[in-house]
Design a binder for this molecule. Structure first.
Ligand code: UP5
Ligand code: MG
Length: 223
């Protein structure tokens, strides 16, 4: 199990035989959150959205990072990884502790805990750091979708979402950051043969059917 020493020694906090970690990447609005919900239901994943964790930290009373996170998200910039990795790593640890203590024992779970890490890593150094210190990934589920489709989805969601970054100025900045900074992560994992790439256009159901086929080919079976 995890200790500070193990992190310093660059030994991952969670070993690959202990957990299955799948990164979910794709442009803003690609459907990472939507499809993750399906995967939780059918495959027993625990879904950890880096963006959701950051938004929760932003409004957490007593957080020293509230203003910083708010500004980064509005500008579509990537929050310093120490913050995000700590949130993700602690959420994984909490999930495993709950599982051990038998809370939630009525929900069906896979024998080996499965995590969907949604919207992370967004930068190459984050990918390296996470895999070295938290857990190596099994593969990355990459949802690809053209920008005009993404823009339409996000503007529509922006009518009701209340998200500070669902406005056209922030959306354009998020697109830029995704292309310049996050796509290299996908390209690197592709080189390693660790990407399941899915065309994320069409209905939510169509996209999900493609995802199921892709992940089952990688050995993730339904419950
Ligand atoms: N929708 C989904 N699929 C559809 C389909 N097939 N057909 C029609 N509509 C579809 O979906 C978006 C909208 O599209 C919804 O209304 C949905 O119904 C519809 P959603 O599933 O929410 O897409 P998702 O990919 O999750 O979009 P999201 O906006 O969450 O993606 P982002 O990557 O922009 O947002 P995230 O929350 O991950 O990050 C926000 C910000 O946090 C980043 O810009 C960054 O500033 C910061 N951040 C970090 O700094 N570090 C991190 O590690 C993570 C985030
Ligand atoms: Mg999301």
């Amino acid at each position: 199990m995890a200790t500070e020493t193990s992190i310093k020694n660059n030994t991952p906090r969670f070993a690959p035989d202990e957990v299955d970690v799948v990164f979910v990447l794709g442009g803003p609005g690609a459907g990472k959150g939507t499809q993750s919900e399906n995967l939780v239901r059918d495959y027993g994943f625990t879904h950890l959205s880096a963006g959701d964790l950051l938004r929760a930290e932003q409004v957490r009373e007593g957080s020293q990072y509230g203003d910083l996170i708010r500004n980064y998200i509005k500008e579509g910039k990537i929050v310093p990884m120490e913050i995000t990795v700590a949130l993700l790593s602690n959420a994984m640890s909490d999930t495993l502790a709950k599982r051990r203590s038998g809370v939630d024992s009525d929900t069906k779970k896979p024998a080996k805990p499965r995590f969907l890490i949604d919207g992370f890593p967004r930068k190459l150094d984050q990918a390296v750091f996470f895999e070295e210190t938290v857990a190596p990934s099994k593969f990355t589920l990459f949802l690809s979708c053209p920008e005009d489709v993404l823009e339409a989805r996000l503007l529509k969601r922006g009518e009701t979402s209340g998200r500070d970054d669902d406005n056209i100025e922030s959306i354009k900045k998020r697109f830029r950051t995704f292309i310049d900074t996050s796509m290299p992560v996908v390209d690197e994992f592709r080189k390693q043969g660790k990407v399941v790439a899915i065309e994320a256009v069409g209905t939510k159901e169509d996209v999900y059917a493609r995802i199921r086929e892709g992940i089952e080919a990688k050995g993730i079976n339904p419950l």
